[in-house]
Design a protein around this ligand. Structure first.
Ligand code: FAD
Ligand code: 2HG
Ligand code: ZN
Length: 520
């Protein structure tokens, strides 16, 4: 018999994507990591500020210390730079003039999008100038036949998607920070997100870029075609380069037609093996309509519940047992063009996996607001994990069979070192939560701490990177290297690869002014 409960109404309007800022208690990166020394870059002078004002106008130059906090501090409140200057150009030409000046005066700079990055890549370490793309947020053109969108790099992802929705298209990327992150930031980070399973990576959907190179030269491939085999595909170098090779100012991207019918099933499972079986079955039985397969453990749902402060979708009616009761949960999304067809397909699939006991319990969305509610239990985990004071984040690719072992291994290691307790506030670690894009072989491990703590950090790193390497994974599935992982790339890339990358970096940016202290 089908044991599917129905969600009665939307219950959650969580603050996902609306990023909070408050006055700083964040330690300076230079103090937390004293081994990192300022390199021999030029200093900002009153002439620098005057020049920038002459290029972009007075109101687009930020020098007030309080206003600069937003640009100096990262989303996790883990890293804080000391920049005294942020500039917000409105045109590619202005970006070029600013960068050329920095090149001539050997001034270091950090390209910044929505500052939602999770590896400390988007904020300065010392006094680097912040070049914010927030003033460049226009749609340049949209081709209704091909679905090609051309836009400024500072366009907020959600705004891009809302525009596309009005035209029957969808942005081929979606993620929890959509209300703040920029499409240029997405490209610079090569963000993966919630629908990579369906639409693939930005390496496939980005057709062309406009980039200001570290000497101010403008590289322009915005008119690139979908198929073009003449020479090296240069734009690929900038996708995932995290601001180290140039400033992305424009993006041309191929957008798919917006699905007309979307369903969500939120399921509770008794074992990780059942999670893997459900994924295998979903791929074969939902096939062309499967658009997301996301995974969450019980601990992540506890954390989300503390954050969202509402009933869990699979909570029983009795409020006393309103707790996430299954060890594992999955969120399955289907998207297609014919609702009756997709509904029938999903129902047949759910009946079969519930009847044979693979899945213990579940709910399906009945309308748009329920759909959003169910997504918040997945999308909200990232912010929820940051509510206790700090969080060490690892975004990992691993072969599916060993993926969840990493979380268990880390819990055991923190316990052995006497560092973890949910109830004992004297222990620095609250808990370790696991969730992610299991359909892409990508798990997120969040170690929630009461405050950032060197003992915890040393217990976790480089142990976690070695474990991932030993199990043939990647130390970054999607968030990149940034400041956090700059010393650890060797756990995922060979010496030959690293040497080639260093050659490329020094060819593009011989002075190393573009986002220094990060990446390599
Ligand atoms: P920023 O954070 O400002 O910058 C990120 C990096 O790109 C930095 O190194 C910066 O120097 C560089 N950069 C930014 N803009 C430019 C530019 N125009 N030119 C050159 N370099 C630039 N990431 C995922 O991959 N998948 C997810 O599912 C996901 N979910 C998230 C959910 C939440 C709640 C949060 C807070 C973050 C999430 N992230 C995710 C991480 C982050 O949002 C993404 O990496 C996003 O793509 C960063 O975009 P941004 O505009 O905020 O870039
Ligand atoms: C997600 O998938 C994001 O929710 C963020 O990539 C993950 O915060 C994290 O660790
Ligand atoms: Zn993710």
């Amino acid at each position: 018999m089908l044991m599917l409960q129905r969600v009665s109404k939307a219950r959650v309007a969580g603050p996902v994507g609306a990023l909070l800022r408050w006055s700083s208690t964040v330690r300076l990166t230079a103090e937390s990591y004293p081994q990192v020394k300022r390199l021999d870059f030029g200093q900002i002078t009153p002439q620098t500020v005057d020049f920038f004002k002459s290029v972009v106008g007075e109101s687009a130059v930020v020098t007030d210390q309080d206003d600069l906090l937003f640009y100096n501090e990262d989303q996790m409140r883990k890293y804080r730079g000391q920049s005294s200057l942020c500039v917000k150009p409105k045109t590619t030409q202005q970006v070029s003039e600013i960068v050329k000046y920095c090149h001539e005066h050997k001034l270091a700079l950090v390209p910044q999008g929505g500052n939602t990055g999770l590896v400390g890549g988007s904020v300065p370490v010392f006094d680097e100038i912040v070049l914010s793309l927030s003033g460049m947020n226009k749609i340049r053109s949209f081709d209704h036949t091909s679905g090609i969108l051309k836009a400024d790099a500072g366009l907020i992802l959600e705004n891009a998607d809302n525009f596309l929705a009005e035209n029957g298209y969808i942005f081929p990327l979606d993620l929890g920070a959509k209300g703040s992150c920029h499409i240029g930031g997405n490209v610079a980070a090569n963000a993966g997100g919630l629908r990579l399973l369906r639409y693939g990576s930005l390496h496939g959907s980005v057709l062309g870029l406009e980039v200001v190179l570290p000497d101010g030269t403008i590289y322009d491939s915005m008119n690139a075609l979908r198929k073009d085999n003449t020479g090296y595909d240069l734009k690929q170098l900038f996708i995932g380069s995290e601001g180290t090779l140039g400033v992305i100012t424009g993006v041309s991207i191929l957008c798919p037609a917006r699905p007309k019918a979307v369903n969500i099933a939120f399921l509770g499972l008794e074992s990780y093996e059942a999670v893997q079986n459900t994924f295998k079955r979903a791929r074969s039985e939902l096939c062309e309509v499967l658009s997301a397969f996301e995974f969450m453990d019980r601990q992540s749902q506890w954390q989300a519940k503390r954050f969202l402060k509402t009933s869990h979708p699979l909570a029983q009616d009795d409020p006393d047992v309103d707790v996430p009761e299954y060890p594992f949960y999955v969120l399955i999304e289907t998207s297609g063009s014919c609702k009756e067809h997709d509904d029938a397909k999903l129902e047949t699939f759910l009946e079969s996996i519930m009847e044979d006991g693979t899945v213990a319990d579940g709910v399906v969305s009945q309308d748009e607001s329920q759909l959003k509610t169910l997504w918040t239990w997945r999308e909200g985990i990232s912010e929820a994990s940051n509510m206790d004071g700090g969080v060490y984040k690892y975004d990992v690719s691993l072969p599916l069979p060993v993926m969840y072992d990493l979380i268990e291994v880390l819990r055991a290691r923190l316990d052995e070192h006497g560092l973890r307790s949910i109830s004992d506030a004297s222990k620095p670690v609250v808990d370790v939560v696991g969730y992610g894009h299991i359909g892409d072989g990508n798990v997120h491990v969040n170690v929630i701490v009461r405050e950032y703590n060197k003992t915890v950090e040393k217990c976790l790193e480089p142990y976690v990177y070695q474990w991932i390497s030993d199990h043939h994974g990647s130390i970054s599935a999607e968030h990149g290297l940034g400041f956090q992982k700059k010393n650890y790339i060797g756990y995922s890339k060979s010496e030959v690869e690293i040497a080639l990358m260093k050659d490329i970096k020094s060819k593009f940016d011989p002075q190393g002014i573009m986002n220094p202290y990060k990446y390599l």
